[in-house]
Write a protein of this length. Structure first.
Length: 467
């Protein structure tokens, strides 16, 4: 796949007072890093995306077989199963897996199905020295080796040599656990691409899951994910963010990998959008950012005083750096870009990690067990913990139903729960509306630049299905 930047593509829209994010980064009050100068310049060409691929059951089946069973998928975090014998289930469409900690630094993944009559072996997070089927009591050690078959005399063809639990490939990065059901798949590193290098100083291992939810979404998994692959929707869906988030000034990068791609969406904060009116000054944007950050991230910090005649970004960056040090007992030497802005990294096909101290989220998007019109949106807030402290236990997942509010069910997300609810309110409208499109033109018309990531994801899905 060629890496090329076409000269006729405009990469964002800003002005002197509200510059595109690359220009903001060039003025960063700290050293400019390789992360800030990196550009993923691949430009996709899939401008018209057929709506039927969001709801057609046959297309859904092909995605399960050719994408979900062959790509590296985020399964969870090491902290989710802190003790040997801990395990949790993972559903990926109709497929089901079980992730087990088998040693202090060892993990295994199995197909979540009993070798006897197929019963689910792990239906919820649990722990134990063995894995026991609830139906007839067949039992395996946590390393997958057969331990016991009641009335073994009637199953003489099965033994420890041929009746171990079938394994799924598993690997780790940054405290995350990834699985791949394809035994011939390339190594995880090929799918991670630039992420290990870019996140090297972000300290993913020094974070814990403060809160987490899984929301049943009234739309296909692609539509659900695409709500976060672009900031173009900010103006209409999140108007309260327009005065201090530069949606039109965002930067989109595509870094091809041997097995897919890493996409990056970098959205500047503490700067007004080009959609904001003249009352949204840089100083007002900085104060709006500080109010939001204090509300849920730095509750004990005093709000800053901003001098509008000086470098506003440098001032709010210095304030965030002080607030971080007070809250966590250690210095944060990251650039203003990491303290203030939202850098979202997407690993094909369904994992997203934010490189942002302001909103350190990890997302995964998963297909429904059987319905192409539904999906799951799994979000965890990965917060640092104070210097010298042991990481707090990971929060248990909060299950949120189709018509339930994230803000109400997951209150630790504070105002961001309301933001997520705004996104989720669009999903059923998208899913229904795609089916109601003009039969003579049943496809989307997407932006060349701002919606490039979703274009490329569809290119990759097409590539995988054609294999």
């Amino acid at each position: 796949m060629a890496t090329v930047l076409k000269r006729d593509m405009r990469r964002g829209y800003g002005n002197k007072e509200r510059p595109v994010i690359g220009e903001l980064w060039q003025r960063d009050s700290t050293a400019i890093t390789d992360v800030m100068t990196a550009e993923g310049t691949y430009q996709p060409s899939n401008k018209n995306i057929e709506f039927s691929r969001y709801y057609d059951p046959e297309f859904f089946k092909q995605e399960i077989e050719k994408v979900w069973r062959r790509q590296w998928l985020i399964a969870g975090r090491e902290e989710d199963i802190p003790n040997v014998g801990d395990r949790f289930p993972l559903s990926v469409g109709p497929d089901a897996y079980m992730i087990v900690r088998t040693g202090a630094h060892e993990f295994k993944a199995y197909f979540n199905s009993c070798l006897h009559r197929g019963a689910t072996l792990c239906a919820k997070p649990e722990s134990g020295t063995s894995i026991r089927c609830p139906y007839h009591g067949w039992e395996w050690d946590i390393d997958g080796s057969l331990k016991k078959i009641p009335s073994h005399w009637d199953f003489q063809e099965l033994n420890r040599l041929n009746a171990a639990l079938p394994q799924v490939k598993i690997d780790r990065w940054g405290g995350f656990l990834f699985i791949n059901a394809d035994p011939e798949s390339p190594p995880l590193a090929e799918s991670l691409g630039v992420m290990p290098a870019h996140f090297e100083s972000f300290g993913l291992e020094r974070r814990f899951t403060k809160t987490r939810f899984r929301k049943l979404v009234g739309a296909n998994w692609k539509a659900s994910q695409e709500a976060f692959l672009e900031s173009y929707h900010l103006y209409a869906t999140h108007p309260e963010g327009v005065p201090f988030n530069g949606d039109s000034q965002s930067q989109y990068d595509i870094f091809p990998t041997p097995n897919g791609a890493i996409g990056r969406e970098a959205v500047p904060s503490a700067v007004p959008s080009m959609h904001a009116d003249a009352s949204a000054t840089p100083a007002a944007a900085a104060m709006a950012f500080a109010h939001v950050a204090k509300t849920w991230h730095y509750p004990d910090a005093e709000l800053p005083e901003i001098d509008p005649s000086a470098d506003v970004r440098a001032q709010i960056g210095a304030w965030a750096r002080r607030a971080y040090a007070t809250t966590y007992g250690r210095e944060n030497t990251q650039p203003d870009a990491i303290l203030l802005d939202s850098l979202l990294y997407f690993m094909y096909p369904q994992f997203c990690m934010w490189m942002s101290e302001a909103v350190p989220f990890a997302y995964q998007f998963l297909p429904h067990e059987s319905d192409s019109n539904l999906s799951y949106f799994d979000v965890r807030l990965l917060m640092p913990f104070a210097e010298g402290e042991i990481a707090p236990p990971a929060a248990q997942i909060i299950e949120i139903g189709l018509n339930e509010s994230i803000a109400e069910k997951a209150p630790l997300f504070s105002f961001l729960g309301m933001i997520f609810d705004q996104d989720m309110s669009n999903m059923p409208l998208i899913q229904r509306g795609m089916k109601a499109a003009n039969p003579k033109a049943p496809f989307s018309n997407v932006g060349t630049y701002q919606e490039a990531l979703m274009q490329h994801w569809h290119e990759l899905i097409d590539r995988d299905i054609a294999r």
